[in-house]
Design a protein around this ligand. Sequence first.
Ligand code: SF4
Ligand code: SF4
Ligand code: SF4
Length: 324
Amino acid sequence: MAERRINNMEKIRTAVAQDLLSGRIDLLLGWEKGLYWWQSRPLFARNSEDLQRLTWDSFCVANLSGYLQEELKENKKIGILLKGCDSRALNRLVQDQMVDRERVVAYGLPCPGLLDPRLLKQEAGLELTALGIEEGEDRVTLTGTKGKSIAREELLLEKCRRCHHPDPVGCDQLLLPPVGSREDRSRFHQVTRLEEIPAEERFAYWSSQFERCLRCYACREACPCCSCRECFVEQEEPRWLGKAHENSENFIYHLTRAFHSAGRCVECGECQRVCPVELPLMELSSKIIKDINELYGEYQAGLDTEQDPPLLTYQPDDPAAFVE
Ligand code: SF4
Ligand code: SF4
Ligand code: SF4
């Protein structure tokens, strides 16, 4: 496995180096190792020295497509490494006309799923600093314990355990062999569990969650769907949201954001990952995805750029019970 990973890394580096060094792209968005082994952070590579730090491992979680809009102001053409979920985000940005696809070279990385450091810590019963891992094809061994070995699938991030499309879509080049679709995974089990709770309890659940929100707006900043030039939370005329830290205002923020991303959420999980108080934001987006699928037919944002989102189209037989 270690050898395959090194070979994969060389393959990826060689492919992107050709384009960066020949000037086909001015910048490569990828990942490099962070301070700790369980962290891989965004890399902005401009030359061969930067490329030496490029990494592709089980912790490359950041969706780099969120950097494109800003970086395209400074660079003519950008290369970007994309996992399945990230590629859907790029497609969404292109569909929203927020990113000019002609100025992007998309390199797809078929994705075996990313490991969740919190689950690793929980399984080991140790701080991550006292732990290491060895990754096999289907199992992960926790070094630092007495060699505890766990099925890889059980250690994946929540979004990866639900992911149906680990292979990137619409890329210019796939850098590794496809891993195949995973439609056997359950996408909505968490939503179904919440739907079964009586309405009052569900309200209490969300109320206690939203109460913890700091309104730092990191979830909005990280979201590839939140691409409005001016967000409603900053509008003064009219003012939609007060500045006071009140739960009613937090409800307005979260419900409005959820509706604004309805039919556009690509399930990348960035909103939930960056939240400093760990709000389960994907439960909310998943509920809306599930409802849209049930009302208007199956639709997965960012998979097919030719297909219009259901909320931007009208069919005479669309259900309308909720407006009657
Ligand atoms: S959601 Fe899918 S594509 Fe994205 S990181 Fe997880 S397994 Fe990979
Ligand atoms: S990132 Fe978390 S705390 Fe910040 S606004 Fe979003 S939900 Fe609230
Ligand atoms: S709402 Fe969350 S999961 Fe959906 S696209 Fe935005 S960041 Fe990704």
